[in-house]
Design a protein around this ligand. Structure first.
Ligand code: C5P
Length: 238
């Protein structure tokens, strides 16, 4: 049963439950881009992302990854494990040049990388989530070299697995962002959502964006694109 509101995030809310080890994550329709400079409501986005993320997490759990996900409860809510620690870092993997990396380094969007590119950003709204390296993360006391090595290994395997999951539905995983936490027993778990809000997903045939870039770049048909991802994933989830 849903308890108190613990936290209101940009696109989700977190509630306690009557089990202290569990939380409820509620998906809202808010869309944000460019560190919150651009904001809007996209009807039904929360419903779509809740379902998409639930399907992806179920697939990852089947593949043996440890995640915070327990089950989808209803259209906008999912039951997850409580994390006693959230690692204040975002781990980005890029398979193809796009977004902030393409801009920062003057790369042509769509250039594939020979090997995945790993980035770390510091989760800090005031600083607009700056890109940092592992030495910065350790110096800031946000992680340890041992933990970063463990996460790097998980992130590399997650990227390969997700590339395969999306390839099966005719979608190319351009890049993706992951977050991690630890449950009270110390287990490292994948946290937050994996959805078109946290990935770049291109239709492999047409190269059309089926993700948050539709909002960032005013391409229109945002919920239609998210729905397309959901429909294709649902077809593989029987
Ligand atoms: O904007 P940038 O190119 O750095 O984003 C890389 C990937 O990480 C994209 O898939 C983007 O949607 C995701 N991301 C995210 N949350 C952030 C920053 C980036 O999900 N705060």
């Amino acid at each position: 049963m849903q308890g108190e509101l613990l936290y209101t995030g940009k696109t989700k809310q977190v509630f306690t439950t009557d089990n202290p080890d569990y939380i409820i994550i509620h998906y809202k329709d808010d869309a944000l881009a460019y560190n919150g400079i651009k904001r809007a409501q996209i009807a039904n986005k929360g419903v779509l992302n809740n379902k998409i993320s639930a399907i992806i997490y179920q697939k990852l759990e089947k593949e043996g990854f440890k995640t915070h996900f327990i089950k989808q409860l209803n259209a906008r809510d999912q039951l997850c494990k409580r994390k006693s620690q959230i690692i204040q870092l975002e781990f980005i993997v890029r398979n193809i040049a796009a977004g902030s990396m393409a801009k920062r380094l003057g790369l042509k969007i769509g250039t594939p990388f020979a090997t995945p590119v790993f980035e770390i950003t510091y989760k800090n709204d005031e600083l607009s989530d700056p890109i940092i390296n592992e030495h910065h993360a350790v110096a800031l006391g946000l992680s340890t070299y041992e933990e970063l090595a463990e996460i790097h290994d998980v992130v590399r395997r997650l990227n390969t697995t997700l590339q395969r999951i999306f390839a099966e539905i005719g979608v190319t995983l351009v890049d993706v962002k992951f977050e991690f936490g630890r449950t009270p027993d110390g287990t490292l778990v994948l946290a937050d959502e994996i959805s078109p809000d946290t990935t770049r997903l291109w239709d492999t045939k047409t190269m059309e964006s089926l993700d948050r870039d539709r909002f960032r770049k005013d391409l229109g048909k945002i919920s239609e694109a998210y729905e397309e991802i959901l429909n294709r994933l649902s077809a593989t989830n029987v």
